[in-house]
Write a protein that binds this ligand. Structure first.
Ligand code: C5P
Length: 225
C-alpha cells in the first residue's frame, strides 16, 4: 500500500508522516530531503544552481540514503545540514528542473516498489504515485506553519527569525504552486486535512483513521471484484 502525504512547507507533514509510518509499520520516504540533498551537493561543489545541465549532472551522481530519521549524502550524514535556511533558500531551481524531478520520481518509485510506504512531498499523489491507494493533502495557515518551523529549528539548535521564515515560506509556497513540473496541488482524490489548532497526535490519529478507512474500502473493492 502507498500512502501519499502532500502539502505546503511547514504543514507538519514530515513529523506526522514519520509517526504514521511507524504506527503502520510502513517505510517512510521524505522526498523533500532528496531535493535538499541535491541542493546541498551543488552548493558544496559550487555548481551554479541556475545551470540546469550542471545541476542535473550533480543529481545523477548523488547517492542519497534515507534511513529512519537520518539522511546521508554520498555516505556522509547531512541530516542537520539539509534543514538550514541557506539550503531552503536555494532549492527553487533544483525543484523546478523537470529532468531532476523525473530522476527523483524514478528513484522514489524504485524505493517504494514492493513495500508498503508512506511517502511525503508535493507531487506524490499527483505525479509520483497517481494510483496510490490513499492520498492525503495536509495543510495549515501560513502563520501556523511558520510558527511550527521556527520551533523545529530552535529544537535542533538552529537560530532562526520568525518573520524571515514566514517570508521564505510564502515565497516557497508560491514557487511550489506555480512551477510547471510537479506543482504543489491536491490530487482530486486526496483527503484534504487542515491542521490548524491540532496537536501532532491529533493529526496522526486523523490520518490513521483515513488510512484505515481506505484499507477497508480497498478490501471490500477486491472482495467485490
Ligand atoms: O518538504 P520540504 O520542506 O523538506 O521540501 C523542501 C523543498 O523541496 C520544497 O520547498 C519543494 O520546493 C521541494 N520539494 C518538491 N517536491 C517534493 C518535495 C519537496 O519540489 N516532492
Amino acid at each position: 500500500m502507498i500512502v501519499t502525504i502532500d502539502g505546503p512547507a511547514g504543514a507538519g507533514k514530515s513529523s506526522v508522516a514519520l509517526k504514521l509510518a511507524e504506527t503502520l509499520g510502513f517505510f517512510f520516504l521524505d522526498t523533500g530531503a532528496m531535493y535538499r540533498c541535491i541542493t546541498l551537493a551543488c552548493m558544496q561543489a559550487q555548481v551554479d544552481l541556475e545551470d540546469p545541465a550542471a545541476t542535473l549532472d550533480m543529481a545523477q551522481c548523488c547517492q542519497i540514503d534515507l534511513a529512519k530519521g537520518s539522511v546521508a549524502l554520498n555516505q556522509i550524514d547531512v541530516t542537520r545540514q539539509i534543514r538550514t535556511p541557506a539550503v531552503a533558500k536555494s532549492i527553487k531551481p533544483i525543484a523546478e528542473n523537470p529532468e531532476i524531478r523525473a530522476l527523483m520520481v524514478q528513484q522514489q518509485r524504485r524505493i517504494c516498489a514492493g513495500q508498503d510506504c508512506v511517502t511525503e512531498g508535493r507531487d506524490q499523489g499527483t505525479v509520483a504515485f497517481p494510483d496510490a491507494e490513499c492520498k492525503i493533502f495536509l495543510t495549515a495557515t501560513p502563520e501556523e506553519r511558520a510558527r511550527r518551523r521556527y520551533q523545529q529549528l530552535l529544537v535542533i539548535g538552529i537560530d532562526a527569525d520568525y518573520d524571515e521564515i514566514l517570508r521564505q515560506q510564502n515565497q516557497r509556497d508560491e514557487n511550489d504552486s506555480n512551477r510547471l513540473a510537479g506543482p504543489l496541488i491536491a490530487a482530486p482524490d486526496a483527503f484534504v486535512v487542515g491542521t490548524d489548532g491540532m496537536s501532532e497526535q491529533q493529526v496522526h490519529d486523523k490520518l490513521l483513521e483515513i488510512v484505515r478507512l481506505r484499507i477497508v474500502d480497498n478490501t471490500s473493492e477486491s472482495v467485490t471484484k
